[in-house]
Design a protein around this ligand. Structure first.
Ligand code: ZN
Length: 211
């Protein structure tokens, strides 16, 4: 995917909004809960169709703010110094598969890491944490708003996430992080039109194809 040739690692934060953790029946974690996706999961939301598995149970949408790291991490750097780009993305999840994996104690890759499981808008310059938090982000499906959140509601803020990620896994230029989804997740249907919105501006758009 040439639009994302600069992207190295994709990290995702789970359960980072209280109401989403509650709607899934999950406890709020005591430290950031991270997982990752292969870069093959990326798909640009430029109005085109995105094909996802249609024969493995429900495919859930999770709208998220995605940050891009612009330089290699050094302890003491602020999130504003580290983050150079921001996008909106969807952490697509095979929910029924995930439930089975959870029961068995298996890794989440099959539920979270399938091809096209990380549709994302084009990246824009990051205006800074406090400025970006001045507007809500959200997801519309077929014109109807289904999710709305604000990074000010995150359980673990940007600084905590990047520091935690750096300490445990490493973080540097070209890495991106999906920062968690607010409440309102649900299942997609074939032909659904997804629009990711920041304030009142549409940042990314795609049509889902269940195959
Ligand atoms: Zn997510």
């Amino acid at each position: 995917m040439s639009a994302f040739s600069e992207i190295s690692n994709i990290y995702c934060v789970g359960r980072n909004y209280r109401l989403h953790a509650a709607e899934m029946g999950n406890a709020v974690p005591e430290q950031p809960m991270l997982f990752s996706k292969p870069t093959y999961a990326l798909a640009l939301m430029d109005g085109s169709e995105i094909a996802v598995p249609g024969n493995r149970g429900e495919v859930h949408f999770e709208a998220e703010v995605v940050i891009r790291i612009g330089r290699d991490y050094e302890p003491g750097m602020t999130a504003d110094e580290l983050i150079d780009g921001v996008a909106l993305g969807v952490d697509l999840t095979l929910r029924d598969v995930q439930s089975e994996l959870k029961k068995k104690g298996y890794p989440w890759l099959a539920a979270k890491g399938f091809r096209n499981s990380a549709p994302v808008s084009a990246f824009r310059p990051f205006p800074g944490v406090s400025s970006f938090g001045s507007e809500p982000f959200g997801l519309r499906i077929n014109g109807k708003e289904v999710q709305k959140g604000n990074i000010t509601e995150m359980i673990f803020d940007m600084q905590t996430i990047v520091d935690f990620c750096a300490e445990h896994y490493g973080i540097g230029r070209g890495d991106v992080l999906f920062t968690g989804t607010p409440a309102g997740v649900g299942a997609l249907a074939d032909g659904d039109r997804l629009q990711l919105v920041y304030g009142s501006e549409i940042w990314g758009e795609s049509v889902i194809r269940l195959r």
